[in-house]
Every structure is written in C-alpha cells, then in structure tokens.
Ligand binder design. Sequence first.
Ligand code: VGL
Ligand code: ZN
Length: 193
Amino acid sequence: MATELTLRDALLLVDVQNDFCPGGALAVTDGDAVVPVLNDWIAAAGQGGALIFASRDWHPADHVSFAEQGGLWPPHCVHDTPGAAFHPDLELPDDTSVVSKAEQPDHEAYSAFDSGELGKMLRAAGIRRLWVGGLATDYCVKASVLDAVAIPELEVHVITDAIRAVDVAPGDGEAALKAMREAGAILEPVAPE
Ligand code: VGL
Ligand code: ZN
C-alpha cells in the first residue's frame, strides 16, 4: 500500500540521534536502519506539504535517568554533544520543528508530547493524521504514540519499518507494538508515495 501525504498530515521523527545508533552511548541494534526509510517519508511530506517534527532526547550531564544518579541508562544525548545530534544522514528540511525533551535534571520524559508544545502545534495546524517512526520502539516511540492516540482528532500511524527497539529484556519491542496497537494506533506496513 502507498499513501500520499497532505497538509493534514504530520511526520514525527522520534529521537533519530547518534547515541541511539550503532557506536552511540545507548545504541539500539540497527538503529540507523530507520534513516533511509524516514528519508523517503520526509520527501513525501515535502511533496504534500505535511509538517515535520523531530524530537530529540536533550539531557543535562547529570540527568536523573543516568546510572550515576540511580537511573536506568548510561549517559546519553547530553545536550550539545555529538551523541545528541541527529543522525548525519537524516535529511531534515530547514523548516523541521525540533522538539527537545527531558531537559530538566530531575525529570524523565520519554514522550515527545511531554512539554505540551507538540500537541499544541498539531492542533493549531489542524493535523488529522500523524505518522511516527524513529527510536526507540519500546521507550520514546511507544510513549509518544500512546500520548498521540489520546488526542481525539488524530489518526496515529506507526511506520513499522522505521522503528527499532532497545529490548532491555527480550520481547520488549514486541510488547510495545502490542501496546500501541491496543491503544488504537495503526500499524499497517505502508510506503509513502
Ligand atoms: C530513549 C532510553 C532513554 C528513547 C531515551 O529515545 O527511546 N530511551 N532515553
Ligand atoms: Zn534519554
């Protein structure tokens, strides 16, 4: 199936950052494999006038989610470091809206909707369909999708070939897919046109 994007569509690229890609501080297996797929979606969004949002994990050096502070993760995506930069092959247009999250030392935020800004911008633009891809399936993609489906006027699609899981425990990625589907997100394989 192929789909055409319109002014009523928006693309949400979740945390396609160096630290989540091979060689990064919190590398997701095959994380960089999402990049070429998302570039096709970016091109389709450009053709149809769809909005593009790119979220980024943007932590202070002493973030609560880091092991040294008792958190789950190695230090990653420290703001303004190379690891926090978007993957260099991701073809983000200049008018991409960048959504930073988890910027406060004592607050963890997996969802791109955490600050409320993204929801506001989607509503203001009259967006009806949101297409979500990126990293990682079982954390920030899942949390963002679960927040998105709670917005009544939004049809939420997960770009299933443009997500990858951390899989801290085996099966986490699969469980995340199930949770997103059960919450009302659409997980049909579809190509942009
Ligand atoms: C993420 C773990 C820690 C993510 C962010 O972007 O999915 N995962 N921080
Ligand atoms: Zn993080």
